[in-house]
Every structure is written in C-alpha cells, then in structure tokens.
Design a protein around this ligand. Structure first.
Ligand SMILES: Nc1nc2c(ncn2[C@@H]2O[C@H](COP(=O)(O)OP(=O)(O)OP(=O)(O)O)[C@@H](O)[C@H]2O)c(=O)[nH]1
Length: 367
C-alpha cells in the first residue's frame, strides 16, 4: 500500500507571545443644562483572562488591534440621567502581563476570570463640567505572555533532557514555581563568559498521546507555550517507552514530538527550534546521525513507518541540528553558542517588529 504523507516545511515565527493594542474608553454623554440632566459615563475597556484564548487568536480576530468602549448616553427630557456606555472586554489567555507602552505594569492575569482595567470611560456632562462630557482614556497597551524560560527542552522520556540541562548549566537545576501553572519545571541557567545568562526549562512528562492528556500531557504542553524557543532532544539510537510499545527511531521521535505539539496547538510548531541529537558516545552513533540528517532532508520519503494519524502536517525547520553527548560533554559548548545565537537573532527580529507595530498604531490613532 502506498502510504501518502504530505509534510510541509514549517517556517518559524508565527507564534504570538506578545501584542500591542490601542484601547480607548467611551466618551461621556452630554448633560442637559436646561433641566440639570447628567450625561451617562462612557464604558471602560478591560482585559480579561480566559483559558481558551491565545494571543494569536486575538491578533487574527482583531487585525486593527483597536478596542473602544461605548459612549455614554446623552441626558434627555425622557431620561434625565443618560445611560452608561457598555464596557468592552478583550479576552486574552491566562498568564499574561499587561503593561502600558512606557512599561508601566497595569496588572497580571494569573487565573481564569482575572481582569485589568486598561482604559476608563469619560464622565458624563454635569453641572460641575458645565454639562460637557469628558473623553475616555486612550493608550497603547502591551500584552506579554509570561515566560518560564528562554528555551524549553522537548523530548520523550530517557532522551537525556535532565542530563543535558545539568551539562549545559553546570549546576543542579532549580525547581521553579510559577503562579499561573501547576507543573513545576526545572530551570537551569546557562552562564556565558560575558556574564550573559539564558534560562532553559526541562519540561518533564511528554509521551506519545500527550495531546489527549495522557500522562501529564496538557500540563506539559502548556509549558511549551511559555518558552521563547524549543530545544528538541532525541536519543540518536531511538527509544522504546515500554516493551509493549513500538521502537521509535530518532527521526520518528522528531515527527512524533512535532505531532504532539501540533495536535495540542498548531501554532506551537512555528516556534524557532533547534534539534539536539544526544548520546553520540554510543556505538554506531555517527552512522545513525547521518541517517537522521538524510531523513530530515526528505521527511516525505521516510515518514511511512508512522501511522497516518501520527504523521505531522508540517515538518519543523530546525535552525541547527546539533550532535552532543550529555555524558561526555561532546558538542555541549557548540550547542551553548547556537542557543545564544538563535535567541539573539530572534530578539533583533522582535525589536524590529515591535517598532513597526508601534508606529502603525500611533499613525492610526494620532489625534
Ligand atoms: N550513553 C549516554 N547516556 C546518556 C546520555 N545522556 C543521558 N544518558 C542516560 O540516559 C538516561 C536518561 O537520561 P535523563 O537525563 O534522565 O533523561 P530525561 O530525558 O531527562 O528522562 P526523563 O526524566 O524520563 O524525562 C540516563 O540513564 C542517562 O544516564 C549520553 O549522552 N550518553
């Protein structure tokens, strides 16, 4: 039987972990001097946390990135007190920090339903304002998904993630606790000669079927969202989880890891990623590495060994494929340099993107 598998090469850079928005409270309604009537207050703009949301969805649903609450009702003979304008709610994922454009923190959204007021509506016209209403507040705000680390280790059990974290960070990794999460990942700090530091999180618990919440599936996958980049780790010789489960080669492990991320949230596979091929000290490792590299170049030809439903739709474009041995230290310094290079590259791309986003919003809303 011919097994068809269509794999696209996935370009990184689609994952959205921050967003700038323009927000404006509604203006107040007019007062009515003749009979001393008050205009209604304008509505407020709130940012509200909800589990089902992602920043990418916010971006796609509101391409204008503009949120304005309703104006307050004017005072009239029939309705002396004008109606209050409706509030506007911006739904965002849990684990977001809201700041102003000049980096003042407005609030943290750590749990479902948490809310932060970002633009207050104006006052309705009344005696004290000569019955003239005031405008609502307007500003640019920034939403940032809180990160647990710069890099996240993604690999099946026994690939050598903990050993790698220890080899990279030259110390016993810390167990970190974050308010917006239940799983406690291990965080190691990579320290460079110029004292620059990069954090790497070991995210335990990924197994085949994690997207269906097997094992600690979802808890693990949620963390993948919270790192800037991904470090896939595979055993060059492949692995077998248990005697009743099939043996998987390193190439198959890469595909299965990709599939698990894709099934959980497709945008995760667009994060920048590096591939670490571990246990290069084992016999036959060089030969197996060559095989893996060849397979990664032509994934369509080699994915037929996986069941159709475990074949990813897209194939990750790894920035680097780095052979190492966490045990002997082979290749670890090189990997450390690649990690830094990749994060610095992304940081300069992000700076340029923010600049453009900001200019665009300011141009649209300059008064
Ligand atoms: N030969 C060899 N063995 C290694 C290497 N790295 C790790 N191991 C061994 O592989 C096994 C698993 O290593 P871990 O670092 O615990 O792997 P892990 O991916 O953190 O595993 P989980 O904690 O189950 O997710 C251990 O017995 C390690 O000693 C390596 O570079 N070479």
């Amino acid at each position: 039987m011919v097994h068809l598998c269509r794999i696209r090469l996935r370009k990184y850079g689609n994952f959205v972990d921050n967003l700038r928005l323009y927000v404006r409270g509604g203006a107040g309604g007019m007062g009515l001097p003749r009979i001393g009537g008050h205009g209604g207050n304008g509505g407020d703009v709130w940012v509200v946390a909800t589990k089902s949301m992602t920043l990418k969805k916010v971006k796609e649903k509101y391409p204008q990135k503009r949120f304005v609450a309703d104006v307050g009702g004017n005072s009239s003979v029939r309705s002396l007190k004008g109606q209050r304008g409706n509030d506007t709610e911006i739904l965002v994922p849990v684990g977001v920090t809201v700041t102003t454009d000049d980096d003042r923190i407005l609030g943290d959204l750590n749990a479902e339903g948490d809310r932060v007021l970002v633009a207050k509506g104006g006052h309705g016209g009344s005696f004290s304002s000569s019955f003239l209403p005031s405008k609502g507040q307007s500003k640019l705000i920034r939403l940032d998904l809180k990160l647990i680390a710069d890099m996240g280790l993604v690999g099946f059990p026994n690939a050598g993630k903990s050993s790698l974290l220890t080899a990279l960070s030259n110390a016993t990794p810390q167990i970190a606790s974050y308010p917006f999460t239940t799983l406690k990942p291990q965080i190691g700090k990579l320290v460079y000669e110029d004292h620059n530091q990069i954090s790497v999180a070991d995210l335990p618990g990924l197994i085949e079927g994690a997207h269906m919440n097997k094992g600690m599936g979802h808890k693990f996958l949620k963390h993948v969202e919270r790192t800037k980049q991904l470090l896939f780790v595979v055993d060059v010789c492949g692995f077998q989880l248990a005697s009743q489960t099939p043996f998987r080669s390193a190439f198959e492990a890469v595909q299965l890891l990709t599939k698990e991320l894709e099934l959980y949230k497709e945008e995760l596979v667009s994060k920048p990623a590096l591939l670490v091929v571990n246990k290069m000290d084992l016999p036959e490792a060089n030969h197996k590495l060559e095989q893996l590299k060849e397979q990664l170049l032509n994934p369509e030809e080699f994915c037929h060994t996986l069941p159709n439903d475990m074949t990813p739709k897209s194939h990750l474009a790894f920035r680097h494929v780095v052979p190492i041995s966490a045990t002997t230290g082979l290749g670890v310094d090189r990997l450390k340099a690649f990690i830094r290079e990749s994060l610095e590259e992304e940081a300069s791309e992000a700076t340029e993107m923010f600049r453009q986003q900001r200019l665009q919003l300011l141009r649209q809303h300059s008064q």
